[in-house]
Design a protein. Structure first.
Length: 310
């Protein structure tokens, strides 16, 4: 599929109208890479067409992030400046509709000390957590993808940049149901209805636990909260009642486990990009609801730091 302006506008409209479901009078907080500034303009315009009061943009820049971690002191990076905390306070007041467009380089922080990354994130998260908790469930948010050359190279290393980008775009647009000749909003309505039908069936089964087994070594059991409901595809703003689709694409159906009631080993079948670094060939073993050991062919120290944060 040729990536035309028409296709991109259709994708932007889908993210705004079906994903975040921006409502008249809402403030929108858009997070996107500086490399995707043209798409940022498209998304912003669709937000305003939906009635947004104001669209604010938080720009990301992978190369700059790498330089920050490479040269700046840990204490400097970990410090939350007064204006940054004030921004979080304003977010609690505004309850903005948040849109995150992912196009990061999976290796952007390759070579950076995982301990430094973890320490910085933990320090900043401690300041931001109360504000994030204050808006949890009270606003709409949506995450979608926009291919970048470095991401495409990682997925299709044997291909030229042009071919890799074409293949990644095809994967993204196929999974989010955007084509030249369709109505993606209508297709997503049908898709979410299908997922919610499956969630309704699960709610009628009264499962008390789930066991996952696979030939790759996964054998994991988790107990469920009695009466916990299964949900999927759509979430709801608890303040306004507005429904939205937080993840595009999604095939997810989920429920609530009992804290401290899981046992066994989970073995990943795909690599994980975490904080712009790759963890691959990994497994995690749980006892009494806690991760007690982990192994990774690539990114062992990074995996340990990630689990320590959680």
């Amino acid at each position: 599929m040729k990536i035309t302006e028409e296709i991109l506008k259709k994708y932007a409209e889908l993210i705004v109208r079906s994903g975040a479901n921006v409502q008249p009078g809402q403030v929108v907080q858009l997070t996107i890479s500086v490399e995707q500034h043209e798409f940022a303009a498209m998304v912003s315009e669709e937000c305003y067409k939906a009635g947004a009061k104001k669209v604010n943009i938080d720009w990301t820049f992978d190369a700059k992030s790498h330089l920050d971690y490479l040269y700046a002191d840990e204490e400097v990076l970990a410090r939350v400046l007064p204006w940054q905390e004030a921004k979080m306070k304003q977010m609690v007041e505004d309850l903005p509709c948040r849109i995150l467009i992912l196009s990061e380089d999976p290796d952007a922080l390759d070579g950076i000390d995982p301990r430094k990354i973890s320490a910085v994130m933990q320090s900043r998260a401690g300041v931001f957590k109360p504000y994030r908790n204050a808006i949890d469930g009270k606003h709409q948010w949506a995450i979608a993808a926009y291919p970048s050359v470095k991401w495409a190279r990682k997925c299709f290393p044997e291909a030229s940049d042009e071919e890799a980008m074409a293949r990644l775009w095809d994967a993204v647009l196929t999974t989010v149901r955007v084509r030249e000749d369709n109505d993606p909003v209508a297709e997503w309505q049908a898709h979410t209805s299908f997922i919610e039908e499956k969630a309704a069936w699960l709610n009628g089964q009264g499962f008390s636990s789930l066991r996952y087994k696979s030939a790759n070594g996964t054998d994991f059991t988790v107990e469920l909260i009695p009466g916990a409901r299964w949900e999927g595809a759509r979430s709801q703003n608890s303040v306004t009642g507005t429904h939205y689709i937080p993840n595009m694409p999604t095939e997810e159906i989920f429920t609530s486990p009992i804290a401290g009631k899981c046992e066994g080993t989970l073995v990943a079948v795909k690599p994980l990009s975490w904080n712009s670094q790759i963890i691959d060939g990994f497994s995690i073993t749980f006892e009494n609801g806690r991760a007690v050991s982990c192994r990774a062919k690539k990114g062992q120290e990074l995996l340990e730091k990630m689990l320590h944060m959680d």
